[in-house]
Write a protein that binds this ligand. Structure first.
Ligand code: URA
Length: 239
C-alpha cells in the first residue's frame, strides 16, 4: 500500500504536488468512492480513476543515448538550453542516470525506473565507466601510474583508474587515451587530469558497464534489451 498521490505520480499523471491537488479537489475515485483525504493509501491493484480515467502503472523504459556535446544532462534547464530528454521523444517521464557535462559527449542511459537508476549510481556498486579522452600536453608515465594507484584531487582520493591506449600527438602536444573509472563524482575525469597539470580538451564516454556506443552515432538512441538491463543489475551487485 502506498499513498494515493505517490501512485498517481508513479502512473506518470502528475507531480506529487499536483496529485495532491487532484485528490483534494475530489477528482480521484478509489474502488468507486471519491477520496479527498491526503493520507489515504491504495495500491495499483485497486481500481483508481482520475478525472474519469482508470490509471495504470507506467511501463518501465530504458534507453541508451549517444549524447552530443551542447546538451544538458537533465530533464529541464533553467536557461532553456537543450536537454538530453529532447532527443528521446517518448511519453514516459524519463531522466538520465548520472550526468555528462554540457561539453562531454557519449553514452548516457535514460529511464523512468528510479530503483534501477539508484542501483547504477550508488557508490557502493562500482560499475565501470570508460572514457576516451584528449588532454593538453604529453602525459608522463608517472602520471598514468598515479592514476592507476588512485590519485588525490581536491582533497578527495579517487579509486584506482585503468589507463591504456595512450597515444601522443607530438606536433599538437596533446595526448589521447582511454581511462576506466568506477566512480562518478562531479567533473571527475577533468579534475583528475587537471590535478596532474593536463587540461581535458575532449571527453567522450564510450562504455557504461557492459553497454557500449556500438551502432550509434551522435544524437541517436536505442532501447536497452532486457538481457542488457539484467547484466547491468548483475554487474552492479558483483562489482
Ligand atoms: N568526468 C567529467 O569530468 N565530466 C563528465 O562529463 C564525465 C566524467
Amino acid at each position: 500500500m502506498e499513498r494515493l498521490q505517490k501512485i498517481i505520480q508513479k502512473a506518470g499523471l502528475a507531480s506529487r504536488r499536483k496529485a495532491e491537488d487532484m485528490i483534494t479537489e475530489g477528482r480521484v475515485k478509489v474502488n468507486g468512492k471519491v477520496v479527498t483525504e491526503l493520507g489515504s493509501k491504495a495500491s495499483f491493484s485497486d481500481d483508481i480513476i482520475v478525472d474519469g480515467k482508470r490509471i495504470k502503472r507506467e511501463n518501465k523504459v530504458y534507453f541508451v543515448l549517444y549524447k552530443p556535446e551542447g546538451y544538458i544532462s537533465a530533464v529541464t534547464d533553467q536557461f532553456n538550453r537543450k536537454t538530453v530528454t529532447d532527443l528521446i521523444p517518448v511519453k514516459e517521464k524519463i531522466f538520465p542516470i548520472g550526468r555528462l557535462d554540457y561539453d562531454t559527449s557519449g553514452l548516457l542511459i535514460l529511464t523512468n525506473d528510479g530503483d534501477f537508476a539508484n542501483q547504477m549510481i550508488h557508490p557502493k556498486y562500482m560499475i565501470e565507466k570508460e572514457y576516451y579522452v584528449r588532454v593538453k600536453g604529453l602525459l608522463r608515465r608517472e602520471s598514468s601510474i598515479k592514476l592507476a594507484r588512485g590519485i588525490e584531487y581536491d582533497g578527495v582520493k579517487a579509486m584506482p583508474a585503468k589507463v591504456y591506449n595512450v597515444e601522443y600527438d607530438d606536433k599538437k602536444e596533446t595526448t589521447f587515451l582511454n581511462i576506466v573509472i568506477t566512480e562518478g563524482k562531479y567533473h571527475q575525469v577533468k579534475k583528475m587530469f587537471e590535478s596532474l597539470g593536463h587540461e581535458v580538451i575532449k571527453l567522450k564516454r564510450i562504455r557504461f558497464g557492459s553497454v557500449t556506443l556500438d551502432g550509434l552515432t551522435t544524437g541517436e538512441y536505442r532501447i536497452l534489451k532486457p538481457h542488457e538491463i539484467k547484466t547491468l543489475y548483475n554487474l552492479s551487485k558483483n562489482g
